[in-house]
Design a protein around this ligand. Structure first.
Ligand code: AMP
Ligand code: ZN
Length: 114
């Protein structure tokens, strides 16, 4: 998607602080961190949100969660705790229309969900 900011990050057209990359997945530091550890994990393929996940790409999303687990270890929040969030659509507060998961940790997070 030519006008998608995360596709541009995948294509390295705009810089980002990449912390993980393989053929299908990428993780980078959020540009406006909401916690000491705030990493965005994405599939490289342009899916708009969780709503776009089909049976064909469910294994990819499963693998993405393996990356989340390893990043939680690498950034040393696996024992203190962390949150994984994917915002979807207007009520979900989604700003970037490319499926992504936030990994947040490094401090006690607000217990509220909404
Ligand atoms: P949301 O769509 O509400 O889940 O939020 C999108 C997230 O992407 C926000 O936390 C932004 O700070 C983050 N973001 C937007 N542009 C960039 C960028 N160029 N590099 C890293 N993170 C970004
Ligand atoms: Zn995209």
């Amino acid at each position: 998607m030519s006008d998608c900011i995360f596709c541009k990050i995948v294509q390295k057209e705009i810089p980002s602080e990449i912390v993980y990359e393989d053929q299908e997945l990428m993780a980078f530091k959020d540009i406006q961190p909401l916690a000491p550890v705030h990493i965005v994990i994405i599939p490289k393929v342009h899916l708009r949100s969780v709503n776009d996940i089909t049976p064909e790409n469910e294994p990819l999303v499963g693998r993405l969660f393996g990356v989340v687990r390893r990043l939680a270890e690498e950034f040393e929040v696996n024992e203190s705790g962390y949150r994984v969030v994917s915002n979807m659509g207007t009520d979900g507060g989604q700003i970037v229309g490319h499926l992504h998961f936030h990994l947040l940790g490094g401090q006690a997070l607000n217990a509220r969900i909404g």
